[in-house]
Design a protein around this ligand. Structure first.
Ligand code: G1P
Ligand code: ZN
Length: 590
């Protein structure tokens, strides 16, 4: 047995699969699966959102195969005869991975695969299709917002039959299987043209096996048309006798949302193609870092600053994240976006039908939505970072709308966050309120006050130093004397109310998730949070979150970084971040 570390690219093993020599004729053939002996790969532990590593790691012989086999085995009794959805964000290695999945799934007794044409399915589309066709789950080929290409990242994520990312008990099961996996099953010569919409049926080990290559957009588009008032959005976008057209600029960042944006915004809503940019999915995202924030989507920010646009939106590589901008690139923080949608949810036809069951946010997300929940008496939940924690609440019909500060917004229409959904939700709300993005925010803050928020990311830090820093902070904040402590910077004072390492008990199934981030909570509702990223593919990424509440209207229009300066500096002092990791500035500020 071979044991390989994922930190290095292992040499090819000598265990070659026994290949058939000629490709199988898909229309007639009955084929037999066989088993390939393999070696164990260490480190196939799914993180916040699936297994995410450098492409070169996935390209190691048997590496991808092993992980796919582990996913299938984790399905247990559900595996034989099941239907799975397969698709991804179009990044490099995606098509190769789809073909491997076809061959391995067929050999493992899967009954049917539903695959997006060209291997393309946005993460929200996978969730939509799993739910619509009641499949047993899906495999999403994405490293989300991480760069793509031969020298960048790839990822494989399993979604369950509710359409949501596999919860910890399933991902742990997958990981446990990878630790002892000694073989996988395959039919190496199945060769399918996934660029063509078609339906193929063959017999595998005497049982029927079907591959459905489907239109990547159709099911998702149908769902969006059920949720939103397309007619009023269209009216907003085109203007009327008394209202000028509302000009939008949409940026797909060369990720998977391109075909969805084209069909929804151009074909359905009649937006001019010149207002839809980077809408061809590219294997390397055209060199972009497909993460919709002020740093990586700066082309959109500049275009909106200088152009005639009333609204801008960008999405990440796999289409689940979104950034919303108003005129002159007025930035809506994801935490505010969530709160504004919560306050205006009744303008959206879907919620008029389903009612509003509850609101939720991830722990580090600013607490703006908490105030909307309190005002309307809507039940509210705080969960750990990662979309998987919202799924149980939605399945229990306790949750309608939720979001994360990391540009994730979504609802119980599916079990993933949904970038295009968020953009359409905003347009539906703007059409209903008849106000600009900026005025909507200013009016919102007048009612609720403003949660200023920022996140500092220190990427690619030395993992040992990062761990040491987290331990150091944890010890410091758990000293009894820390509670009640007055922390000051340039005249501004914050009094510590509580500090802990956040842990969560799922109210639906009682499962516990510990050590989800260090929290320092202050008397006035402001917060400092430190946690390590669970999606990075190398080194450690430290995230420092700062959430400061202000209810003086004079501060609402101030620059967030200025307002937050005292709390940012207090956080840097408490953590001794510079001393621990030697960085003077973060890699990214959002
Ligand atoms: C990051 C975000 C988190 C999000 C996840 C997947 O995870 O912080 O909110 O759910 O990406 O998009 P992290 O790297 O912080 O573990
Ligand atoms: Zn994503």
């Amino acid at each position: 047995m071979l044991a390989m570390l994922d930190s290095e690219v292992a040499p090819a093993t000598t265990l070659k699969p026994r290949m058939h020599t000629s490709p199988i004729n898909m229309s007639t053939t009955s084929v037999t699966s066989f088993t390939v002996d393999t070696g164990i790969y260490e480190g196939q532990k799914p993180g916040t959102s699936g297994l995410r590593k450098a492409v070169k790691i996935f390209q190691q012989e048997h590496y991808t195969e092993n992980f796919v086999q582990a996913i299938l085995q984790a399905l247990g009794d559900q595996l034989s005869g099941c239907t799975l959805v397969v698709g991804g964000d179009g990044r490099f290695y995606g098509k190769e991975a789809v073909n491997k999945i076809i061959r391995i799934a067929a050999a493992n007794g899967v009954r049917k695969l539903i695959i997006g044409q060209n291997g393309i399915l946005s993460t929200p589309a996978v969730s939509t299709i799993i739910r619509k066709y009641k499949t047993q789950g899906g495999i999403v080929l994405t490293a989300s917002h991480n760069p793509g290409g031969p020298d960048a990242d790839f990822g494989i994520k399993f979604n369950c039959d509710n359409g949501g990312p596999a919860p910890d008990n399933i991902t742990n099961k997958i990981y446990e299987i990878t630790k002892t996996l000694e073989s996988y099953k395959i039919i190496p010569d199945i060769s399918v043209d996934i660029d063509k919409i078609q339906n193929i049926s063959i017999k595998v080990d005497g049982k029927p096996f079907t591959i459905d290559i489907i239109d990547s957009v159709k099911d998702y588009l149908e769902l969006m048309k059920e949720i939103f008032d397309f007619a009023s959005i269209k009216k907003l976008l085109h203007g009327s006798a008394d209202k000028p057209a509302f000009k939008v600029l949409i940026d797909s960042m060369n990720g998977v949302t391109g075909p969805y944006v084209k069909r929804i915004f151009s074909t359905e809503l009649g937006v001019d193609d010149t207002s839809l940019v980077n809408i061809t999915p590219l294997e390397d995202f055209g060199g972009l870092h497909p993460d919709p924030n002020l740093t990586y989507a700066k082309d959109l920010v500049n275009a909106i600053k200088q152009g005639p646009y009333d609204f801008g939106a960008a999405f990440d590589g796999d289409g689940d994240r979104n950034m919303i901008l108003g005129k002159k690139a007025f930035f809506v923080t994801p935490s505010d976006s969530l709160a504004v949608l919560a306050a205006n949810l009744k303008l959206i036809p879907y919620f008029q039908k389903t009612g509003i069951k509850g609101f939720a946010r991830s722990m580090p997300t600013a607490a703006a939505i908490d105030r909307v929940a309190a005002k309307y008496g809507v039940q509210f939940f705080e969960v750990p970072t990662g979309w998987k924690y919202f799924g149980n609440l939605m399945d229990a019909k306790d949750l309608s709308l939720c979001g994360e500060e990391s540009f994730g917004t979504g609802s119980d229409h599916i079990r993933e966050k949904d970038g295009i959904w968020a953009c359409l939700a905003w347009l539906n709300v703007i059409a209903g309120l008849g106000k600009s993005v900026e005025d909507i925010l200013l009016d919102h803050w007048k009612i609720y006050g403003r949660n200023f928020f920022t996140r500092y990311d220190y990427e690619n830090c030395n993992a040992v130093s990062a761990d040491k820093m987290i331990q150091y902070i944890e010890i410091s904040i758990q000293k009894p004397a820390f509670i009640g402590k007055k922390l000051q910077y340039e005249g501004k004072e914050y009094v510590v109310k509580r500090a802990d390492n956040y842990s969560y008990t799922d109210p639906v199934d009682g499962s516990k998730t510990a050590k989800q981030g260090l929290r320092i909570l202050f008397e006035d509702g402001s917060r400092i949070i430190f946690r390590l990223s669970g999606t990075g593919s190398s080194g450690a990424t430290i995230r420092m979150y700062i959430d400061s509440y202000e209810n003086d209207p004079a501060t609402f229009v101030k620059d967030a970084q200025l307002v937050l300066k005292p709390l940012i500096n207090i956080a840097l002092e408490i953590s001794e971040l510079h001393q621990h990791i030697g960085r003077d500035a973060p890699t990214v500020i959002t």
